[in-house]
Design a protein around this ligand. Structure first.
Ligand code: 4FM
Length: 263
């Protein structure tokens, strides 16, 4: 995977390239990482990249000519690269989109600044408009790092175990199971016993249930979207039955027809 970032603040990316799994992926030649300074493609004396908006109003707009030249320079560098503009108006970024992007050979990430970029850039020179979330930042640089981070760990050979990315949250439509490490008792809270038992089958079963339970409690929307497996339906039915029992017990204790003292 080849990443090229277009930005007026290339130095923001130096610490990003220099740490952790991203650094290792570059060292191991699983990815390449480069920045292009949009300012270098401005041809006036002061290398200006912004201008006042037509129609008036406050704030500045990113000029089209330097940006267009920078994108064309990036396209020459990256064979079969796709261009991405980071913008709140884009398609919502998620794990599925990360997986799609990870299959491509090169990504050119275009980071705007100021109040926006000239609309005419988008039509011919941008393949994807992507948003990392419903909030407004001062530029596309942080979203570009988010995309590269999520995509890099999906590039074959970047993560240690071949199946580490396949076992992620979201790749199966569920959140990850709970994790524990030593000590066996931390501030009065013990590690679930089954995890200390060494029974691999029981541990796998516990993790599947933990995963489903966490998703139900924290992100029920994910369960509504997911094509559930028969074993998952079985577990949900078991819990549903348990909840029904608790409610029935409550009604028996309080008397089903005593509407005068409800709740
Ligand atoms: C984008 C500022 C373009 C100026 C931004 C320009 C964002 C997001 C975001 C800010 N990008 N997801 N949310 N960008 O806020 O992707 Cl010209």
């Amino acid at each position: 995977m080849q990443f090229v970032v277009l930005t007026i603040f290339p130095a923001m990316f130096d610490p990003f390239w220099a740490h952790g799994i991203i650094r290792r992926a570059i060292a191991g030649q699983k990815i390449t990482a480069a920045t292009i300074n949009i300012r270098d493609f401005a041809r006036d004396r002061h290398h200006v990249t912004d201008d006042r908006p037509y129609g008036g109003g406050s704030g500045m707009v990113m000029k089209p000519e330097p940006l267009a030249r920078a994108i064309r320079a990036a396209l020459e560098k990256v064979s079969s690269g796709k261009t991405i503009l980071l913008t709140p108006q884009g398609k919502a970024f998620n794990q599925q989109l990360a997986q799609e992007l990870a299959t491509l050979d090169g990504l050119i990430l275009v980071c705007g600044r100021y109040e926006g970029i000239d609309e005419r850039i988008c039509h011919d020179l941008i393949d994807y408009e992507i948003s990392t979330g419903d909030y407004v930042l001062t530029g596309g640089e942080l979203p570009a790092m988010i995309i590269m981070d999520a995509v890099t760990r999906l590039v074959p050979g970047v993560l240690g175990g071949e199946d580490s990315a396949a076992q992620d949250s979201f790749s199966n439509g569920l959140l990850e199971h709970a994790h524990y490490t030593r000590p066996p008792n931390f501030e009065g809270k013990p590690v679930p016993e089954v995890l200390l038992s060494g029974h691999h089958q029981e541990i796998a079963k516990w993790r599947r249930e933990s995963s489903l339970m966490r998703t139900l409690l924290k992100r029920p929307d994910l369960l509504l979207q997911k094509d559930l497996r028969p074993t998952e339906i079985e577990i949900l039915q078991k819990w549903g039955g348990m909840i029904q029992k608790i409610i029935s017990f409550y009604h028996r204790e309080h008397g089903e027809h005593s509407a005068e003292n409800e709740d």
